[in-house]
Design a binder for this molecule. Sequence first.
Ligand code: 8DG
Ligand code: MG
Length: 127
Amino acid sequence: MKTIRVVAVIKNENKIFATARGYGEFKGQWEFPGGKIEAGETPQEALVREIKEELETTIQVGDLIDTIEYDYPTFHLSMDCYWCDVVEGELKLLEAESARWLSKEELYDVKWLPADILLIEKIMKNL
Ligand SMILES: Nc1nc2c([nH]c(=O)n2[C@H]2C[C@H](O)[C@@H](COP(=O)(O)OP(=O)(O)OP(=O)(O)O)O2)c(=O)[nH]1
Ligand SMILES: [Mg+2]
């Protein structure tokens, strides 16, 4: 069975919100908050749930930016990436070890997970 992940590219006027993984194999590397779609959920519902769990924040999910397909040595990642806005909440870091709001000029200042490089190029064009 194929597991699809969803991630939120949370934006304000001209910056996006990135987090550093707080645990596991990729600890300290940068990514977008999100997780796995569970049975019966739409991608949007899964994303709203994940962002509540990880950041105690309510988001509004907007357009799909891209679906990233990437082969890691031990698994295949399929990741739907959506533009999102904060509706309510302070983006409290319940799982991530740190976070930054990045402007267009700062997008390559953090060490992204390998799969995210493909997405960053698209974000760069639309920020
Ligand atoms: N959340 C997220 N995961 C990403 C990104 N880029 C990327 O390669 N991944 C990879 C790293 C993880 O090994 C994998 C799955 O992430 P996940 O949040 O769904 O799952 P997890 O490893 O936290 O595991 P779990 O505790 O939720 O079961 O996807 C990204 O931008 N955001
Ligand atoms: Mg997660």
